[in-house]
Structures are given as C-alpha cells and as structure tokens.
Design a protein around this ligand. Structure first.
Ligand SMILES: [Zn+2]
Ligand SMILES: [Zn+2]
Length: 766
C-alpha cells in the first residue's frame, strides 16, 4: 500500500465495447479523473485496471456507463478491489487473446457526420475519399476474420498506414485512435472502374466517371460494405426495365437510395419515427409511403404504394449520390435469388450480362451482408430483413441458454446460435433454393461458431423434410452421435420468436399466418391459432383445409387456389358461373386442376392464410400468376379502398375440440359482389376487414376458454400493414394485449430464433 486513500480496482466491461472507440474513451476518462493504470481488449471483454483516490474512482465508474461512446453497448460491468501497485500513468495496452472467450461484435455502421464533413470538405485530406471512417462509423463485421478485433485480423491487414494515418491511430485523443479500418487516399483502399470484360476504364477519378455513366443511363455494379449493389437511374424507366430484364426480376420492388432526408421527403411521406430510423447508425432501407408526383419511375415498384428508401451509408455512396444528382436504384448484386456477390472476380463472373460497368475496390469483404429492410408500425421499427447495421448483434434472452444451432426455414433463411443470454441471429442468408445460398449459409454458420466460440450441442430444424436447412441438419446428425436434434414446428417457432422479441416467456394465444409451414399432422399449415410458450403448443384453431392443386404450381399461379376454394367449398358448379377470372385460364388446365383436387393428385391439404389471400386476389381478377413471393397478396393489400366499411360472413365451427374457420359464405359473398360490379378495391377492403374479424373472434373465444389475455401476431402475412393495423385495433378493442415484432423479423427470417429457444427448453432447463 502506497497511500491509505489510494485504491485500485480491476474492471471488466462486456458488450459491444471493441471497435467503437471505447478504449480512447476510457483513456480520456481516466486522465480526466487523474487515475493511473491501463485498459486493454481481450477476446472476452475490455479490462481496465485503475488506481487513484476513492472519490475519483467512484466518479470514473459512474461516468463509464453514462458517457460511453455512441456505438458502445455495455451489457455488464464487474469490479474487484485489488492491492495497489503504484502505476505512474495511464496507458492503452496491447490486446490479449484468450482461448474460448468471445465478445460481441459491432455491425457495420453508416458514415458519421464528422467523417461526412471531411469527405465533403475540399480542403480536407480525405475530400471525396470513399473509405473514410473512424471509431464511430465504418465497416466492422464485414471485415473481421477473428477476435480480438485488431487490424491484422481484418481484411485491412494488407494496407500499411501512412505516417499521418498512423499518427491518428496512435493518438488516444484522436477520433481515429485504434480505428482498425483507418485509411486515407495515400495509404488506403482504392477504387477502380472496369467494363464488363474487366478492362480498366478509369482509376484516377473512378467515382466521377461512374457518376457520369449513371447519368448516361448505364447499369453499374458497385462494391459496397457487404457485397455488390446494382445501381441505375431510378427516374429512368428504360434503365430499370433493362436491369429487370437482365436480373430476371420482372416486377419485384427495387430499393432506391437518395442523397439526403430532404430528398426523401420529396418522394415519400416520412413520419418522425421513420426519419429517425432512416438516419440511425444502421441506416436501413425503410418502406415509406410513396408520394404522388415523385419523379421515381413507377417501374421501381410496380403497383405498390410503398417505396424502399435508404440514405447513403458509406462515403462512396454519399459522393456518388451528390455527383449524379439522381435518385438511384440500389439493389442486391445477384441474379434473381442467388446470394449477393462480394468478391471482385466473383462479381465480374456472376454479374456478367447484368452490369455494364463495375466499380471495384481492393478492400476485401469477409462476410456477405445485405441491406436491412424495416418498416414503422405501431410507432416502432420492425425489421423485415435483418442484416447490415444489425447483425451480428444478438437478441437478448431472459434465460441462460445452451449452445444451440437452429437452422431456420427455407425462404428468407437465417440461422441462430445461442450462448449465455444471447441469441446470435444471423444476417439474412436468402432463399435456400440453390447451392450458392446453401454455401453462403454453411460459411456463415462456421464464421459465427468461430467468432462467438460456440460448439452447438443441440441442433434445431424445421419439420419440413424437403428444406435444405433440414437436410443440412440431418447430414450433421449422421456424423454426430453426441449432438441432440430437435425438430420444431414452423408456426410454433414463429410465435416463440415473437415472444422472445417481446422479452416474454408465458403462454400466449399465437396467431401464425403465413404461406407455407409443415404441420405436425403432415398437412401444410398457415392459418393457425395456437396456445404456445417456449415448452410447447396446442393447435386450438385453424383455417379449414383445402387442396393445394399442383403443390408449387398453386403458389406460382394463384388462380389455382381460387379454383380450389370454389370447387371445395361451393362445388363444381361454381366454375360454371362464367366468372371473369376463369377467362385467363386455359380450359384444359381448369380440367386438370379439377382432377387434381378430386383425386387428391399432387394436392396436399393446406390451411394457409397466404394462399387464401392469393385465391381472393386471383378471383377478383387482380393477379393470377406471380413473379415474386406473395405478389398476389401484396397487390391485394395495395388496392384496398380504406373507406369501405363492410365485411363478409364466415363461420367458426368446433370439431373435436379444434375451432375451424369456414369460408364458404365468404366466397359466395365475394362472387355475389363481383356479379354486382362491386369494385375490386372495395372487395379487397371487405376481405381485409373479414380477416381482422376472424382474428378477433377466434382470439376472444380462445381467451375466454384459457384465460390468456395476450395475443402474439407472427408469420409473413403480418407484413400486410393494413391487416396488421385492422387486427391490432380489433384485438385491443376487445381488451386483449397484442404482441407484434420489432427486432426479430415477423416472416420466416425470424423462425430460427423460435427454433433455438424451443430447442433450449425441449431438452429440459439446467
Ligand atoms: Zn466517422
Ligand atoms: Zn493514410
């Protein structure tokens, strides 16, 4: 002991505290309070050792939590009294690598205001430099190969800092102190513009040439943070049609990027919460109501009322958007449903024939990372696609978990690994329908296992035998006798994902509405009313079963579902009423569909809510064939005339203790409306109101029987914002509490979280 009033404390800080300017912050704080000692990163936490007067130490500890840098997320601080050693100064020590330990990793973060100011300042040495970043912004997850997070373990390792950058990096008072991707035009990554054959077009000012080409209505593949985006002039129908043709994406909506919030307001209605979300550090695509009179071509999102908009999130985007002076389409650099291309050569190969020019750079992307997509409903953001800016930050669990890998669903796949009180929900992987996506899935699983030091002892998977994610799980099962395997019902996983998202554990009434999910009885579920918690579920109600004639064919051609409903509920005669939609269908196909339904040939039974929306969309002549998932249902939602107050009849009949929703009256009434010339917009609204009434009647009934007052809404159908609003209002009006999604996607992108939690409990809790 040196002095009686000098104390020493060892501190451990957990959370996102590395790569976010935390050590310089600690350095400055310690210096301010005249404390001596050191701070360092380890594989598991940030360790601080400080010595000084007791009062100063107390103030230091209090400030540590309150004044932490903007991107830090402190999850826990532990302190321990230590014998004093008489430190002479405060220093930042080298990182310590510890076996088996792990730490949270920051997602990639959009360019901060301070960096943007430099990029736009013609006198700054980083003027127009596309790779400008600091400890408050820039790439993180996409460049990290291993922890602790230090430059040699990132894809920046090959860039040796120039003296000026090194000085910034070494100066604890600089915004770039230990900013691992720190770079400048002298020493950092560079752009290159090449044509579709890989031939150099421009190096010196590739960005200016790229801007010019975009103004000349060319399609560019641009290497960004987590992969390539395809860009073109969003006001040019010609450019967009060409992009659609080449990308084989006839009408699926494309996202656009606008330079500033002011520009966004020119094209879209923006609420204050939406504005906050647009400009937040993750900078997601936000689906906004599209204004009439916007110069953005309708071809960007045909027949839709919403536009997916994001602001620039790297200096490259900022400069490009300002110099072109145009709204730009920015869509994933891939061919239809393949994963986003990330490497230069890969892009030149895979995007050959799509892009006219390629804006490349020489900073490698380690992890593929799509743009995130969000909406604001019920005054809070809801992630529809969770990737850039969010993953790999975990979802917080209210219990201590086991090491589980949950393999997720087929479409919009994500996986989830659990450890401690964290659920590491992966970034959006994609539709697991091709080998490229499966490979992306496998590589990313390995990356998360290694970054977060997780060796799964339990593997959860969907009951659907044909999902590639299920097959992946089963292949591991054959080789790993020590691992437990837990099949999880799809809609149970949806409801539990919503519970986790709301930090709840107790049983709820779960309304799971989606397109397709394999049921415990072997049928295809999707209009489900469950009572569920982490440990199990009871199916207390569902939509009546109808055949799905032709399986996948019925999903691609919604008129098949309309015919199925009519024949099954109203009899064969329903097809002889000269309904307009049937004129679009070949009579031979109608006969075939009839035979499939009658004979049960390739016609699994389904209670899918998504298919019911499809059927109605086709029946009113809106959309009989789709070219992207859920198109018929989405266009039905867009069409609805909200001033219509009517709805249709339906009935709920109990059979063997299960409440079945019957729709024969609904279809008779819609046919009557069609005959009377009621507009499709009014029929759509009446149908939406009917669905909300189905939800509230069933939930009230189940609530009376079970005493449960909480209702969780989950499944892809609840991306229908009109239905969501109507259902929430009706349920709340009936005195029920409604849980909806936030951080965990409502669609199949959230299923893996539910699977992981269910598997934790299926094995008994430690
Ligand atoms: Zn910055
Ligand atoms: Zn430099």
């Amino acid at each position: 002991m040196l002095f009686d009033d000098v104390h020493r404390v060892g501190i451990s800080v957990r959370g996102i505290v590395q790569g976010v300017g935390f050590r310089p912050f600690v350095y400055q704080l310690a210096t301010k309070h005249n404390l001596k000692g050191w701070v360092c990163n380890t594989s598991g936490d940030v360790k601080i050792d400080v010595e000084g007067e007791k009062a100063a130490l107390d103030r230091f500890l209090a400030d540590l939590k309150v004044l932490a840098p903007p991107l830090a997320r402190i999850q826990g601080v532990t302190t321990r009294r230590e014998p004093t050693v008489g430190y002479k100064h405060f220093e930042i020590r080298d990182s310590i690598s510890e076996k088996g330990k792990y730490q949270l990793i920051s997602p990639d973060i959009a360019t901060c205001q301070a960096c943007l100011n430099e990029v736009l300042d013609s006198k700054d040495r980083r003027y127009r430099y596309p790779f400008t970043n600091c400890t408050n912004c820039g790439p993180r997850f996409t460049i990290i190969e291993d922890i602790p997070y230090d430059r040699p373990k990132t894809t920046m390792r090959n860039f040796k800092m120039c003296p000026q950058c090194q000085q910034e990096y070494d100066d604890p008072l600089n915004r770039r102190f230990h900013a691992q991707p720190n770079a400048c035009p002298i020493c950092g990554p560079r752009l290159q513009l090449v044509d579709s054959r890989g031939k150099l077009v421009s190096e010196g000012d590739a960005l200016r040439t790229a801007s010019k080409l975009l103004q000349e209505v060319r399609i560019l593949a641009i290497k960004g943070l987590g992969g390539f985006l395809l860009a073109c002039d969003a006001t040019s129908e010609r450019a967009i049609q060409l992009l659609r043709e080449r990308k084989k994406r006839p009408s699926k909506p494309l996202a656009i990027m606008l330079a500033t919030t002011k520009d966004v307001k020119e094209h879209c209605q923006v609420s204050s919460i939406e504005e906050e979300l647009l400009t937040s550090p993750p900078c997601p695509i936000v689906l906004l109501r599209w204004k009439a009179g916007s110069s953005v071509s309708p071809a960007v999102a045909p027949r839709l009322n919403y536009l997916g908009v994001m602001l620039p999130y790297t200096p490259l985007h900022h400069v490009l958007l300002r110099e072109t002076g145009l709204p730009l389409v920015m869509t994933s650099g891939n061919l239809s449903e393949e994963p986003i291309a990330k490497d230069n050569e890969e892009a030149l190969r895979r995007l050959n024939g799509i892009a006219d020019y390629f804006l490349l750079h020489n900073r490698d992307i380690y992890a593929r990372y799509d743009d995130s997509v969000a909406i604001v409903e019920r005054d809070r953001p809801q992630l529809i696609r969770r990737a850039r800016g969010y993953a790999p930050y975990p979802i917080h669990l209210r219990f201590k978990s086991k090491p589980v890998l949950a393999c997720g669903a087929e479409l919009k796949n994500t996986f989830c690994l659990t450890k401690d009180d964290y659920a590491f929900l992966s970034q959006h992987i994609g539709d697991m329908e091709n080998l490229e996506t499966l490979e992306h899935f496998e590589t990313t699983v390995e990356l998360y296992k290694s970054l977060f030091r997780i060796q799964p002892k339990i593997i959860a998977y969907d009951m659907h035998p044909e999902y590639l994610s299920t097959k992946y799980a089963k292949a591991i099962a054959e080789e790993s006798p020590d691992i437990k395997f837990v099949p999880v019902q799809h809609h149970h996983a949806h409801i539990v994902s919503c519970l986790v998202d709301n930090g709840l554990e107790q049983p709820v009434i779960g309304v799971a509405f989606d397109g397709t999910g394999f049921g415990s009885d072997g049928h295809i579920w999707g209009g489900e009313f469950l009572v569920a918690d982490y440990r199990g579920f009871q199916r207390l109600g569902h939509f009546q079963y109808v055949p799905l004639p032709g399986g996948a064919a019925a999903i691609e051609r919604p008129y098949r579902m309309a015919i199925s409903y009519l024949v099954t509920l109203l009899g064969e005669d329903a097809l002889n009423q000269n309904l307009p939609f049937l004129r679009q269908v070949d009579s031979l196909e109608v006969d075939l569909i009839r035979k499939q339904i009658k004979g049960g040939i390739n016609s699994p039974l389904t209670s899918s809510c998504g298919r019911l929306f499809d059927a109605v969309s086709a029946l009113i002549g809106l959309r009989g064939r789709i070219d992207y998932e859920a198109q018929a249902a989405i266009e039905l939602e867009m069409l609805a005339d909200e001033s219509e107050t009517g709805s249709y009849p339906f009935s709920i009949i109990e059979q063997k203790g299960i409440n079945i929703v019957h729709f024969d009256e609904l279809f008779s009434a819609i046919i009557a409306d069609i005959r009377e010339g009621v507009s499709p917009a009014n029929i759509s609204m009446k149908f939406h109101r009917t669905m909300a009434r189905v939800v509230v009647q069933m939930c009230q009934h189940l609530s009376n029987n079970t005493g449960i007052k909480k209702v969780a809404l989950s499944g892809g159908v609840f991306q229908n914002r009109l239905l969501l609003r109507l259902a929430v209002a009706a349920l709340e009006g009936a005195g029920l509490e409604v849980l909806t999604h936030g951080e965990v996607p409502v669609n199949d992108g959230g299923v893996s979280v539910g699977q992981a939690v269910i598997a934790n409990f299926a094995q008994g809790r430690d």
